[in-house]
Design a protein around this ligand. Structure first.
Ligand code: PGA
Length: 250
């Protein structure tokens, strides 16, 4: 198992030409290290061609969302099986943008996590508190209940589970959590996961305005096992600098 996972979440950005341009830069990168896994999560429409273009032994491919049902009359939705069939290995579930904009609740997220793990996908479950919840001193109780509910009855394929801590107020805002906030919160999540899944080594990623300037410091914090990077992952040079920061910490 690699030491770090550096994941790019392109969100609803890039057309096919942009995706080809970024993929070509990543593809020609020479300094891959098996201790640092690189993951790209482009929009659904790019998954198929990217799985053909990228050297998947070096760069993993993930989706940003999936539906909870296996097949049927769900216009506009994408199933686990469809993702697997185009070479997708990972899926991000429960991103705060899905929770807030698309009203996804913990119950739906739990269903998605369950079915994606059953389908053999690796799941990045996102959790995080709002600024108001943090100011009210409720961060750990919110994260604890998100973990309780989203992982309800999830007791299998745990080796394929990762958790991303993404404070809602730090996403796309340029406001990163302080090192102390990240450290305290990752320790809390790590304790929770160790208690819940004995002897498991579930990676905990930090997400929220991570960039090439702050990545090394954040990744050096104990219990930070990688990053989920939005904005900075759209610039392949910046993303590779973040990837390199992880290599420097090995
Ligand atoms: P950001 O996004 O790096 O642009 O803050 C992170 C995320 O939403 O995963």
């Amino acid at each position: 198992m690699s030491k770090y996972l550096i994941a790019g979440n392109w969100k609803m950005n890039t057309n096919l030409d942009d995706a080809k341009r970024i993929s070509n830069v990543l593809h020609s990168y020479k300094n891959f290290d098996s201790e640092v896994e690189m993951l790209i999560c482009p929009p659904f429409t790019h998954l198929n061609f990217m799985s053909e273009l990228l050297d998947m032994s070096r760069i993993s491919l993930g989706a940003q969302n999936v539906y909870s049902e296996t097949e049927g009359a769900y216009t506009g939705e994408i199933s686990n099986d469809m993702l697997v069939s185009v070479g997708c290995e990972y899926v991000i579930i429960g991103h705060s943008e899905r929770r807030i904009i698309f009203s996804e609740n913990n119950e739906l997220i739990n269903k998605k996590v369950t079915n994606s793990l059953k389908a053999g996908l690796r799941v990045i479950l996102c959790i995080g508190e709002t600024m108001q919840e943090r100011e009210e001193g409720r961060t750990n109780s919110i994260l604890g209940s998100q973990l309780d509910d989203c992982l309800n009855k999830v007791e299998f394929n745990i080796e394929n589970l990762k958790v991303a801590y993404e404070p809602v107020w730090a996403i796309g805002t340029g406001k990163t959590a302080t090192n102390e906030q990240i450290s305290d919160t990752h320790d809390f999540i790590s304790d929770y996961l160790k208690k819940r899944y004995e002897n498991s080594h579930i990676k905990i990623l930090y997400g929220g305005s991570m960039n090439s300037t702050n990545a090394k410091e954040i990744l050096s914090i104990e219990n930070v096992n990688g990053g989920l990077i939005g904005g900075a992952s759209l610039n392949p040079e910046s993303f590779l600098e973040i990837y390199n920061s992880a290599i420097e910490l090995i």
